[in-house]
Structure formats: structure tokens, C-alpha cells
Design a protein around this ligand. Structure first.
Ligand SMILES: C[S@@+](CC[C@H](N)C(=O)[O-])C[C@H]1O[C@@H](n2cnc3c(N)ncnc32)[C@H](O)[C@@H]1O
Length: 227
């Protein structure tokens, strides 16, 4: 009998390995490329409607560029946990936390698919996390870490609408430079959106970006969404 993993698991492993290799090359210059999308990052954090004392999970936190904004939302009494699978991106995230002396920001090196945190969060933040959103295993693991009714905000890259569709090969190539699973650009949010109440998405960047939000639907039998 063969002991090799099922095809899906092999694909996930390959996608993850490709992503880790890409961010090994990109980590050093990553922050310097993020200026143009800063207003989207701010809008994405605002969409979470964080409250003092909340706990927020920064999914695929990279170099921790969102930590300061998220921390401002949850206040000194709240908690920010960022995780990422790239040791190169996380090295910078850790330095950022140390330099700032934030005691309520934690950084964890893990893949979304195997997230072993035993905490449940008030809010999940996805900022340019395409590969994670394309993985059913990752989406399931993240939803399991959310409180019923947890707020979710997502920003990322998507395909242009039909009237600019001729530009989509360029969008795909751009997305492929960062991600191991660059497809699914028509509705990158579709796997998680199926589990969210009040899901809505608006286009950004002339239609090649999106900002989406919703609340995690309680599983059958769980208490209802808190007010
Ligand atoms: C475009 S960067 C975004 C980083 C950060 N969210 C930001 O907005 O600056 C995507 C991040 O997702 C991480 N990532 C990709 N696949 C992952 C996975 N399966 N598990 C955990 N992190 C992953 C990458 O290592 C990378 O740091």
C-alpha cells in the first residue's frame, strides 16, 4: 500500500513551497512596494470596525505592516496575532514588534492550513492573501479560529470587469509573481464568502482590486451572531 499523501495535499504543499520561495526573494524589498496600496490597507482595517479589547487575527501578516493600524483599533487592552508561513517575512514582523515594544502583538510562524492556535478571534483580517483564500483547507482552519459573528475584512487583487478584460493577462502575471495559486481571480473571495453573513464586496483600483467584508455565520447549533 502506498504511503504517499493524497493529490490535494501534494498540491497544497507545492503551492506553499512556491510561495515561501517567492517571499524569500521579495521579503527585503517588500515594504518599499506597499506605498500605493496603503489607503486600501487603511480601508480594510476600518471595515473590521475594531473595538477596544477585541482580538484580531492578521492572516498572512507578512512583515507586519498592518500591526500598528490593527493595534490602534483594539487598543492597549486588545490583542493582535499575526501569522505567516514565510520565515523571511516574519523576521521583519518580529523586528517591527520588538522595535515598537508592543506587548499585545504576537507573531506566529505557521501555515494557514495547519493553524494550531487554540484561541478564537473577534475579527479576521485578510490583506493581499490570495493563496490562503484559494485553499479550502486554509479557509476551514481560519473559520474554526473565528468566534461566531466575527467580523471579516478582505482586500486583494481580482480580474478586471469585462470592459477592461483585455488587461487580465497582465493581472494574472502580476498575481503569479507573488502567489503559488494565482488563478480564481474572478471571485477570489468565493470560498470564504460562502460562510459569511452580510457579505459585500466593492471594486478598488479601477476594478483590479476589491475590498470585501462580512461576519462569520455561526455553525448550525452554535449560538447566534452577537450584536
Ligand atoms: C502579499 S503578502 C501580504 C502580507 C501582508 N498581509 C500585507 O498585506 O502586507 C502574502 C503573505 O501571505 C503569506 N502566505 C501565503 N500562503 C500562506 C499560507 N498558506 N499560510 C500562511 N501564510 C501564507 C506569504 O508568506 C506572504 O507573507
Amino acid at each position: 500500500m502506498s504511503s504517499s499523501p493524497p493529490a490535494d495535499a501534494r498540491d497544497e504543499a507545492g503551492i506553499r513551497a512556491l510561495s515561501i520561495a517567492r517571499y524569500r526573494r521579495r521579503a527585503a524589498a517588500y515594504d518599499s512596494t506597499c506605498g500605493p496600496t496603503w489607503p486600501i490597507r487603511e480601508r480594510c482595517v476600518a471595515a473590521l470596525q475594531l473595538q477596544p479589547g477585541d482580538s484580531v487575527l492578521d492572516v498572512g501578516c507578512g512583515t507586519g505592516l498592518s500591526f500598528e493600524l490593527l493595534r490602534a483599533g483594539v487598543g492597549a487592552g486588545g490583542r493582535v496575532v499575526g501569522f505567516d508561513q514565510s520565515p523571511d517575512m516574519l523576521a521583519q514582523a518580529r523586528q517591527r514588534v520588538e522595535r515598537a515594544g508592543w506587548s499585545n502583538v504576537e507573531v506566529v510562524e505557521e501555515a494557514a492550513q495547519g493553524l494550531a492556535l487554540d484561541e478564537r478571534f473577534d475579527a479576521l483580517f485578510f490583506h493581499y492573501t490570495h493563496d490562503i483564500l484559494q485553499s479550502p483547507a486554509a479557509v476551514a482552519a481560519l473559520l474554526a479560529r473565528a468566534k461566531p459573528g466575527a467580523r471579516v475584512a478582505i482586500a486583494g487583487v481580482k480580474a478586471f470587469p469585462w470592459y477592461l478584460a483585455w488587461l487580465n493577462p497582465w493581472v494574472y502575471a502580476k498575481n503569479r509573481a507573488y502567489n503559488g495559486a494565482p488563478g480564481g481571480l474572478r471571485a477570489p473571495w468565493r470560498r470564504i464568502a460562502a460562510h459569511l453573513d452580510g457579505f459585500q464586496s466593492v471594486d478598488t483600483q479601477w476594478g483590479m482590486g476589491y475590498l470585501a467584508s462580512g461576519r462569520v455565520r455561526p455553525a448550525p447549533g452554535q449560538p447566534g451572531t452577537p450584536a
